[in-house]
Design a protein around this ligand. Structure first.
Ligand code: ADP
Length: 259
């Protein structure tokens, strides 16, 4: 019966329309969430430190004549630290936006792995004086083909998180080895950890775990890391137990040079 066929088609079309609508709604919800988070990040992580900087500068101007040189130095150093944090935040926001638009240049070259890992871990250790950072190396090829800037950013972000979300004195470890034709980088800590129910969300833009809300952050670092790992054809995963610690694993294919 033609009428019946028509109505069957209608129903199918309706299903398709319904599905498209619900997908559009999901996208809309995701956009809303990201927008709300952006506003909250801008207000907490940008407005507050700016106000602090502003009043510190005013105090300096008012009292500089009676303060000792050491005191002034000290306060200027604190100011510089706050300004650096703000500029890191603006870098993260820009990186995330550029990654979304595919505008981050991907420039792979041969990286001398051993030297490169040693240098980055040493630099991070100089910044993170309260936690020892251990570097373990399995059997590694002399060179790895990847974008040194992006890979450094991944490593710095992950070591930074491990230190930031761990009690003073607890060790952070970085392990590099080849597993099944992939370079596997593992960054582990004995810190706060992330509740199981939240672990699948940590790579989303602006997501922050409930265990770490008392510590400053933007929720952009892991999102950026994931995008940068994916630019290399790689993956990033996280395992965590609240109160025990977190382990993030990055795997990057060795064969990328052949692409
Ligand atoms: P940020 O650290 O700026 O908040 P990230 O995107 O790097 O943003 O991390 C997202 C969230 O994942 C963090 O806010 C924190 O809740 C959680 N997280 C990431 N790394 C760790 C870690 N090593 N230990 C505990 N929580 C972590």
């Amino acid at each position: 019966e033609p009428a019946m066929i028509l109505s069957v088609l209608d129903v199918e079309e309706l299903h398709v329309t319904e599905q498209r609508l619900s997908e559009a709604l999901d996208r809309e919800r995701e956009l809303n969430r990201v927008q709300q988070q952006l506003v909250s990040v801008v207000s907490h992580e940008l407005r507050t430190p700016l106000a602090v900087i502003d009043s510190a500068v005013q105090r300096l101007r008012r009292h500089a004549r009676v303060w000792s040189e050491d005191e002034i130095d000290n306060r200027l150093e604190q100011l510089r630290y706050k300004v650096q944090k703000l500029s890191k935040l603006s870098e993260s926001l820009l990186d995330a936006a550029r990654l979304d638009e595919g505008r981050i240049p991907f420039r792979p070259t041969a990286i001398k792995l051993d030297e490169w890992l040693g240098r980055i871990v040493q630099q991070q250790q100089e910044l993170a004086t309260a936690n020892p950072i251990f570097l373990q190396r399995g059997l590694l090829p002399e060179e790895f083909f990847g974008d040194p800037q992006l890979l450094e950013q991944i490593l710095v972000n992950l070591i930074g998180n491990a230190v930031k979300y761990s009690p003073h004195g607890t060790p952070v470890s970085v392990d590099a080895r080849i597993v099944e034709q992939r370079l596997r980088l593992t960054i582990s800590d004995q810190g706060l950890g992330i509740p199981l129910a939240e672990q699948s969300q940590v790579f989303e833009r602006f997501f922050r775990a409930s265990t770490t809300l008392a510590i400053h952050g933007t929720g952009l670092g892991l999102y950026i890391c994931r995008q940068m790992a994916e630019l290399h054809g790689g993956t990033i995963d996280l395992q965590s137990v609240p109160g025990l610690g977190t382990r993030v694993t990055v795997e990057l294919p060795l064969a990328h040079a052949l692409d």
